[in-house]
Write a protein that binds this ligand. Sequence first.
Ligand code: GLU
Length: 546
Amino acid sequence: MDTNYLAELLFPHIKTVPEDMEALYPPRNLPEGAKVTRFAPSPTGFMHLGNLYGALADERMAHLSEGVFYLRIEDTDDKRTVENGVALIINALEKFDLHFDEGATADGDNGAYGPYRQSERKNIYQTYAKYLVQQGTAYPCFCTEEELAANRAEQEALKLTPGYYGKWAVWRDADIEKVQAALNEGKPFVLRFRSEGSCENKLKFTDMIKGVIDVTENDIDHVLLKSDGIPTYHFAHAVDDHLMHTTHVVRDESWLSTLPFHIQLFKALGFKMPKYCHTAQVLKNDGNGKRKLSKRKDPEAALTYYHEQGYPANAVKEYLLTLLNSNFEEWRMANPALPLEEFPFTPKKMSISGCLFSFEKLNDVSKNVISALTASEVVDAVVAWAKEYDPEFASTLEEDRAYAESIFAIGRGGSKPRKDLTTWADAKPYVSFFYDKYFEYTDTLSACPDDVKAVLDGFLSVWQESDDQTAWFDKIKAVGEKCGYCPNMKEYKKDPSGWKGSVGDVSAFLRVAVTGRMVSPDLYTVMTILGAEKVAARINAFKETL
Ligand code: GLU
């Protein structure tokens, strides 16, 4: 077979050769050891938590090594591409403070290694496809869908591996006349890779995460170009990662099954393979065992979910780092105040097997992240979130910013900050009692109303706004004692007889009257923030309800 003749027959419009492409994509001028990574999603409009998981690994590897993190759009499947898909991807990652150094932008490209949309790279792929045909490692296949389906059915019945190989690879050795005739008839064809591999052979492959793994050689003649001349993922990623000088490919471990084909493909194209990091999938335990986080069943699979729920972007990233690198938590404990960008992220410490998504853990991380912020940072973040999801609450906080800050300052700072907020959505229920318009009684008291009234009146008659915390508490104890409540908890526990209750009950009467709840942050601070007038008004209003 004259492969040059065949190549010309299939790709008469392609006048470029691989050397032309190599010249257009010269090596990058980067410091020694710099890693070039890419985020290469399909613009389907949906960003999965797993996307951020991989992108974070890509971004960390590139930016910790003074390398390049770029965005490549894998839009070779028209049916899955949505309008604005690229903007959605960029915006989704920007929310998590991940920025691309180069690549596709919402309305074009930024960088010297584009185009960064695979749909705009047809001629580049076909240049290499033509080259492979010339080398005898690719050939056209004119099988129809029906013929392929019949092959599959036969293979299934015989319990054989499905695919285009052996006697089923009917076009593999077709002579040129037969090919020419099919072309003359205008029959559509796909371009297939001519595999010389055997499933009897095993080979070793070094994955950056999984270490040395055994893989079985590929013996299937996979498709390189579909009948519309558009490449499959396998072919496109090999050409792109080579020309764009990607040094590390981070991708889901589901690609391991086609890795043997990729190894052959890089070899046939004369490309050096980048280093591969096949990441474990994010799993969840749904009661029936572990399974992949599902776009259809699990709202938490969508990246937008975390923003909507009000998780700080940093908390989600911190949490993903705990899944990504086994030593992250240890590092965090030793360096509680350092930004996560200083963590020495490495693919070598990435988890080998499936990592389990846990809300409990995410919430824990999120609480810690929020508790380490200043009151002013919290107000900023709550307002920003509320502007989108609860604008009325956002304006309420902004109306009196100093008041809002004093509320969120309660229990902040120090070595054991309060951890009341898990998400920004928790802010409103947490602070609502500070605002008359949101105030409501959520808890009730079981004590005798006259006793409660006596305590409340007693408190109002002695309390002064200028009292410090000790004087305030001494007054509470004294008022309580007068009304029959033991001022000393220990003493009361030892012998409650003769008392109506303890100072604990007295505090509870005041707490429910002022906050509407049995549980609140430090009552003295709460009263100080509310001010004497409001405290008196709340107490008097509560008496009316008894
Ligand atoms: N477009 C592929 C996907 O979304 C990317 C895989 C890769 O990063 O190589 O799964």
